[in-house]
Design a protein around this ligand. Sequence first.
Ligand code: HEM
Length: 136
Amino acid sequence: MHNYGTLDSSYKAAGGEAGVRRLVNEFYHQMESQKRGQHIRAMHKDNLDIVKDKLSLFLMAWLGGPRNYAEKYGGISIPMVHQHLIIGEEERDAWLFCMEEALKHQDYDTTFKKYLIEQLALPAEKIMQVSQMAHS
Ligand code: HEM
């Protein structure tokens, strides 16, 4: 049995700050290089430096690590920061696909990879629902 949901065990399993930043870099690399990533890549600014930093800091806290996102960027509601975007099943699945591809390049335990993608599917779903409501 794993204990990924407790304290900072997920943050540690992800390799701490360096591990999370590696994952996020690979995630955006996948988004830029995979055909399925093109459409959601185009929803971003040309320069990805800030969004990479934001996603890294957000995930660090979300995984039970240090709360540096709030310190640097303030409070955040994940569905709200995506509300201006049109996100349906295709965009949600493309995001999760890029993350799954990025996870293949990390030396995490297989159980942790599976756990992480299942957990990320929850906010991804919520983001889609809120976007659909905002644009219906
Ligand atoms: C469901 C599919 C998703 C799509 C298509 C998507 C797309 C985007 C885009 C285009 C931006 C840049 C927004 C802008 O500059 O205006 C962004 C920002 C961001 N996304 Fe996502 N995203 C998705 C899911 C997620 C998930 C699941 C998370 C977290 C678990 C996440 C975390 C973030 C964060 C932290 C930012 C930076 C927000 C800020 O502080 O300004 N996204 N996303």
